[in-house]
Ligand binder design. Structure first.
Ligand code: C5P
Length: 402
């Protein structure tokens, strides 16, 4: 049986010549057992008729916010929630631009903005439009929203020019969707929480004690957990990163705020990953107004120790929870990792050494060794933070099965 059987799929069609191929894609999805709702832009209807599409899908095609004669309203919100996946094929440069920038001026874009499901985008346009920096930037934005871009193929285009811009063949698009749903999701039904980023501890309203953490590793872990099916909450200190798609993100500033936010999530979580670089100390008496530059010498700032979030929850963990911490060390890495595993009552410690080139704060890569409570360990090579996140999450999934 196809992995698409019983899946609810929105097929979005925009105004490009490749729209004629959407009928074939629709036929393939229906044959695989999916239930498909076609949403077409006003321009899309210039290229393929709704009659063809409704005959193939067995459902009226939606294009406008209202049905003209009955006044019936089509709820883009309900549609967005109904869908297990949305595929926009063909996606013109114009629609890609609207999706990237939230220009919700037709039913398809409002549905896209309302959807919580994975979105697959199959661009189709002339080669120069495809190569334009604006298209490149908009596709980058869609990727950053976690949309899946099904790259167009090279070949002869409607303009008779030859180059990149041909919508991928319907058979290939159907295969991508099938592969997505066939992929095992071992963490489905589990809740995972992740702390990420630095914390800022206020000295006065304009100054703080912080650190160089960017949050990249924690965000990548949250995204990997979500890809593996978990329901993810990200408790994030101040970062420049956008909220990841499909992940509830709780923003905090200080260690104490992070601890409080974690209290609301911990008991109901099956997995907790403590990636945040929590400041160890905070000013004991933050000033209410900006401290003036008056004296030649600033004597001292009294500091108090912050709560250790990982250790706090390690003390009140329940059966069935898997707790994962990080150890960022400059020396004696394995010894320190083993010590933290015990001291914080963790199942798994991920060690990254600041002395390894390409590992640590701010880089896009990392190099880790994983140690677990059962005495096992695994060494990994230098990889992108997304790949490292997948290694960690795979390790967590396997550990839970032991
Ligand atoms: O003790 P150290 O800071 O090296 O421990 C690192 C691990 O403990 C990380 O997983 C970090 O997120 C967590 N931690 C914490 N709260 C603190 C300090 C560290 O959750 N106050």
């Amino acid at each position: 049986m196809s992995a698409l059987a019983g899946k609810h799929i929105i097929l979005g069609i925009t105004g490009g010549i490749a729209a004629y191929k959407s009928a074939v894609l629709l036929r393939l999805l229906i044959k695989a057992g999916a239930e498909v709702q076609v949403v077409i832009t006003p321009n899309g209807k210039q290229f393929i008729t709704p009659v063809t599409l409704s005959a193939l899908s067995g459902k009226p095609v939606i294009s406008e916010f209202f049905t003209a004669n009955t006044g019936e309203w089509h709820s883009h919100v309900d549609l967005g929630l109904w869908a297990d996946a949305m595929v926009i094929a063909p996606a013109t440069a114009s629609s890609i631009g609207k999706m990237a920038n939230g220009v919700a001026d037709n039913m398809l874009i409002t549905t896209y903005l309302s959807s919580k499901c994975p979105v697959f985008v199959a661009p189709a346009m002339d080669l120069d439009m495809m190569a334009h920096p604006s298209t490149t930037r908009n596709l980058e934005l869609l990727r950053s929203y976690d949309n899946h871009i099904i790259e167009p193929a090279e070949g002869e285009l409607a303009s008779h020019l030859v180059g990149k811009g041909r919508m991928e063949e319907p058979e290939k698009i159907a295969e991508v969707l099938e592969a997505y749903f066939a992929c095992p999701q071992p963490l489905k039904g589990l809740k995972a929480m992740v702390t990420a980023g630095p914390t800022y501890e206020r000295i006065d309203p304009v100054r703080f004690i912080g650190n160089f953490s960017t949050g990249k590793m924690g965000y990548a872990i949250a995204e990997s957990l979500r890809r593996q099916g978990a329901d993810v909450v990200l408790v994030s200190g101040p970062t420049a990163l956008p909220d990841p798609a499909g992940i509830r993100t709780v923003r905090v500033e200080s260690a104490c705020q992070m601890l409080e936010a974690c209290r609301n999530e911990f008991d109901s979580s099956d997995i907790a990953v403590w990636t945040a670089a929590v400041a160890d100390y905070a000013p004991a008496h933050p000033a209410d107004s900006k401290i003036k530059r008056e004296k030649a010498q600033f004597d001292s700032i009294d500091l108090v120790m912050n709560p250790d979030i990982a250790a706090t929850f390690g003390k009140c963990r329940r059966d069935g929870q898997t707790l994962v911490g990080f150890a960022l060390e400059t020396d004696h890495g394995p010894e320190n990792a083993a010590r933290k595993l015990k001291a914080k009552n963790l199942d798994i410690v991920v060690l990254n050494s600041l002395s390894d080139p390409g590992a640590g704060f701010g880089t896009d890569t990392n190099k880790i060794t994983i140690f677990d409570h059962l005495g096992h360990s695994a060494v990994f090579g230098l990889k992108s933070k997304a790949e490292v996140a997948d290694d960690i999450v795979n390790y967590i999934a396997e550990y839970r099965n032991k």
